[in-house]
Design a protein around this ligand. Structure first.
Ligand code: CA
Length: 290
């Protein structure tokens, strides 16, 4: 049996309509500020600066003749194509047998030092087709906050293995877009391109000469990430000891929904705080029973 019969509601509203039992409140949807816009634009401009790489590790040591003993070749700003004299000395590489599917893939894990927002990763890879240095087939990118658990593996296949008429040894870039991924560690897991390789029964080289990360410090983006102002309402109504109350809300004065549980009056005013961030307007009423 419904304790709040329509007749009781009508009686209550009629008798105390202009007091506290029903509040009609028009609610603005959201408040925008110029300060928010300024923060957003400020954050976007930060993307131009590369993120600092603290260190990186290889899952599989590079080949002896194209090594990276100080683990600096991928972050020193030098590339084969950027050098006055293109040289294999700028590259770090692995030789792989495309016909052996069990051969371990080279993976490189970069440590950005702390959690950062990552918007773009630019991988510079080296091509020297006449020497068997070819584009990888794909790179699988995964992310971690602690260097242990890696999540969100995405595969990118945009490597371009076509030759360059201007040079026999050159580097080329692949840009991948993680869409503002937050991470401290990024792992690039390279897969060989045996199927498309014209010499697919021979071992092929995969060489890399630079990897850069673009994004933003998370601290710089707290304004964009968390600054929102939404409206809410605070209702208050008096209660009588032993009387039971039920707050209801409606957007059209036709359909009413209970807000929270029934309240047992204690003689003190009762306060209720309600978020209204998803609603243009809302009406409230309090039902009671004897
Ligand atoms: Ca380099």
């Amino acid at each position: 049996m419904d304790a709040f019969a329509p007749a009781e509601v009508a009686l209550m509203v009629e008798s105390q309509q202009k007091k506290k039992d029903m509040a009609r409140i028009n609610i603005p949807r959201k408040i925008s500020t110029l300060a928010l816009a300024a923060l957003t634009f400020g954050a976007l401009s930060l993307q131009a600066d590369p993120l600092v790489v603290l260190s990186y590790e290889y899952s599989k040591p590079p080949a002896e003749n194209y090594p990276d003993p100080d683990r600096s070749k991928l972050t020193d700003g030098q590339t084969v194509s950027g050098a006055e004299e293109p040289s294999v000395d700028y590259a770090v590489g692995w030789i792989e047998n495309p016909t052996n599917p069990d051969e371990p893939h080279p993976a490189i894990t970069f440590d950005l030092g702390e959690m950062k927002y990552i918007d773009e990763i630019v991988i510079s890879y080296v091509l020297w087709p006449s020497a068997g240095v070819r584009a990888p087939k794909e790179v699988r990118v995964s992310y971690s906050y602690d260097g242990e658990a890696f999540l969100m593996e995405d595969a990118y296949t945009g490597f371009d293995g076509s030759e360059d008429p201007e040079a026999s040894l050159f580097s080329r870039e692949l840009s991948v877009d993680p869409d503002r991924q937050a991470a401290r560690f990024v792992r690039l897991d390279f897969r060989q391109g045996g199927e498309e390789d014209p010499n697919e029964n021979r071992s092929v080289w995969h060489w890399f000469d630079e990897v850069t990360f673009h994004g933003a410090e998370i601290d710089d983006l707290t304004g964009e990430a968390s600054s929102r102002i939404y409206t809410a309402v605070e209702l208050e109504f008096p209660t009588e000891v032993g009387r039971i109350y039920q707050v209801q809300g409606s957007q059209d004065l036709e359909e009413w929904e209970d807000i929270g549980d029934k309240i047992l009056g204690n003689g003190e005013p009762y306060q209720l705080f309600q978020s209204t961030r998803t609603e243009d307007r809302k009406f409230f009423r309090v039902l009671t029973e004897e």
